[in-house]
Design a protein around this ligand. Structure first.
Ligand code: ADP
Ligand code: MN
Length: 252
């Protein structure tokens, strides 16, 4: 009880620290009672020790920097249980054979979604795709390795000036290929916004919507991913490979 009150106080303080009215509103939305209870559970089970600062406020969720008892930085991604998020996500869950029988309650679907992102991360991490290491999922939350420094998260490809874009391009294609061939997954929302640049390498994030390669639309998704990446690196004047050629190579 005491510890819960302390956590709530801490989250309030975080809110007071955030500058704009918009951010304040969003933090209020994220930290409803259910979510505070969820974060509290992550603390009592020693997954995280404290929430440090907000990293990102998106349409469908928020990401926070946290640290554990050993002082290791972690990223906590919290899916918001809003109607629009639910409606979009419910479609993906219905089309995924791993989630037969899960639909209906908003809370259940959000939890299934967080577990889907977690399991996708696990498969990718095991296949040595460069993704944040998955740590834990709980309800509508995913805890993973934090990518960045003590003071700032790693920039997205979109936000950074690459000194060797051609090398980053090749590395990105290699990751897509590894993801397909070794993890059996297609990202399905890949772009310069969902790739961080850290230690001179691309790190792929936001894998909640990734689908198994035997999914009905996996080839379309793969094509879209590759075309997005080609479009971005072409804009950086990189000598890109033909997308059909890349896709044939990946699919074998
Ligand atoms: P969404 O796009 O659905 O809001 P993302 O998973 O893309 O969610 O995360 C949003 C932002 O949070 C990213 O653009 C990135 O800046 C930051 N972020 C996400 N995961 C991490 C992580 N593991 N380490 C550091 N920053 C992260
Ligand atoms: Mn994203």
């Amino acid at each position: 009880k005491e510890a819960y009150a302390q956590l709530e106080h801490k989250l309030m303080a975080l809110r007071e620290n955030s500058r704009t009215g918009d951010e304040r509103k969003t933090l209020d939305e994220v930290f409803d009672h259910e979510t505070v209870m969820g974060i509290y559970k992550l603390m009592t089970s020693k997954i995280i020790e404290s929430v440090l600062f907000p990293i990102s406020t998106g349409k469908e969720g928020n990401v926070f920097a946290c640290e554990n008892l050993q002082g290791k930085l972690l990223a906590l991604k919290i899916y918001r249980t809003s109607n629009s998020t639910f409606n979009r996500i419910n479609k993906y869950i219905e089309g995924d054979k791993r989630f037969l029988g899960i639909s209906g309650s908003k809370r259940k679907v959000m939890a299934a979604w967080a577990s889907k992102e977690f399991r996708n991360l696990q498969r990718m991490h095991e296949a040595r795709v460069n993704v944040p290491e998955p740590i834990k999922f709980h309800r509508n939350m995913v805890v993973m390795e934090y990518i960045g420094s003590k003071t700032a998260p790693a920039p997205t490809l979109r936000q950074v000036a690459l000194d060797d874009p051609s090398k980053v391009y090749k590395n990105t294609i290699d990751n897509i290929s590894l993801m397909y061939q070794k993890a059996g997954l297609v990202h399905a929302d890949l772009s310069e916004y969902n790739i961080l640049y850290y230690k001179r390498k691309p790190v792929i994030i936001d894998v909640g919507q990734a689908v198994l390669t035997d999914h009905l639309n996996s080839k379309d998704f793969l094509e879209r991913d590759v075309k997005n990446i080609n479009r971005y690196f072409r804009s950086l004047d990189v000598d890109i490979e033909d997308s059909d050629h890349i896709i044939n190579n990946i699919m074998g």
